[in-house]
Design a protein around this ligand. Structure first.
Ligand code: NAD
Length: 295
């Protein structure tokens, strides 16, 4: 049985480390300040926003929750974003996705100042990753790199396979692993829904990051002994034995893969908890950016 990467414990540890750093920063300068915008009342978004607010409070970061109705016009949202961009007391701005259908999320993200873009979705920040000089990295890929660091995974020269090519997980983590850096230098293959011969590609991987959103798509027969597995997927599967009628599973069949893996993230409790912790890290970074040359 492979060693489990305990994302929950690492995230808890990180939050307490960040809280200490925030305390010191607040003494020297001021309390970091995050603005979280939510439009409409999508239940999942509300849960995510709540956990971001709670984490901010734990870290000693001020947080403003800005709520808009589902029928908000683009111009109203842009006006708020411009106001927050120009407000010196605001360090980080996050717009909770998905947005109501009348809004173009790409345009909305591009309206956020790249220096306050703590989600790291702005094209400027994605471009900085490509350039090999990241500023704000999207929270999930940043959390994956942090887990690899904390479990002493050496990536240099390793064959890494990333399944999924989304802008928020697949592409940035692939680029980070390939970049010339201490936690990069891997040889990366990106697989997606049109990849031919994925089984062979997976069977040769030293490290697999799976972010496809397909329950149990990778099983023990597809991986080599000693593989390191980072399972990003979050999928609901029916389970009549539990009260809520479903349970969460990853993209990886934990039962058959974990005996072969040297390290593996569980779902839940692996990558998931890291994402919010990294948002805190990015918010502190945004606050520090303002005072870079003053302390
Ligand atoms: P997405 O849903 O936008 O896209 C899925 C990607 O997987 C696509 O690029 C597609 O080409 C690829 N794909 C789909 N089926 C495939 C298959 N059979 N073989 C190979 N590739 C396939 O991706 P996303 O937004 O990155 O989300 C992926 C999963 O990660 C979802 O389950 C999501 O809930 C989860 N997620 C978790 C976190 C976290 O914090 N743990 C954060 C973001 C996303």
């Amino acid at each position: 049985m492979g060693k489990i990467i305990d994302g929950k414990a690492v995230a808890k540890q990180l939050v307490s480390e960040i809280a200490k750093e925030v305390e010191a920063f607040s003494k020297d300068f001021r309390v970091p300040h995050l603005a979280v915008i939510i439009a409409g009342d999508d239940p999942a978004s509300r849960v995510y926003v709540k956990s971001k607010v709670r984490a901010s409070e734990k870290c000693g970061i001020d947080v403003d929750l800005v709520k808009f109705p589902a029928d908000i016009k683009e111009s109203e949202l842009f006006q708020k974003l411009d106001e927050l961009n120009n407000d010196n007391s605001i360090d980080g701005i996050l717009v909770q996705l998905p947005l109501p259908s009348q809004l173009d999320s790409k345009k909305v993200i591009e309206r956020i100042s790249p220096y306050k873009d703590v989600d790291g979705f702005h094209p400027y920040n994605l471009g900085k990753i490509l350039e090999g000089d990241p500023l704000f990295v999207p929270c999930t890929p940043l959390g994956i790199i942090e887990l690899l660091k904390r479990y002493n995974v050496k990536t240099t020269g390793k064959k890494a396979v990333v399944v999924g090519r989304s802008v928020i997980v697949g592409k940035p983590i692939a680029m980070l692993l390939a970049n010339k850096s201490k936690n990069g230098n891997a040889t990366v293959t990106i697989c997606h829904s049109k990849t031919a011969g994925i089984k062979k590609i997976l069977s040769e991987a030293d490290i697999i990051v799976c972010a496809a959103g397909k329950a149990k798509m990778i099983n023990g027969d597809m991986v080599k002994p000693g593989v390191i597995i980072i399972d990003v997927g979050i999928n609901r599967i029916k389970d009549e034995t539990v009260k809520r009628g479903y349970r969460l599973v990853g993209d990886v069949d934990f039962e058959s893969v974990s005996p072969k893996a040297s390290l593996i993230t569980p779902v839940p409790g692996g990558v998931g908890p890291m994402t919010v912790a990294m948002l805190m890290k990015n918010t502190l970074k945004a606050a520090r950016l303002k005072y870079k040359n003053k302390g």
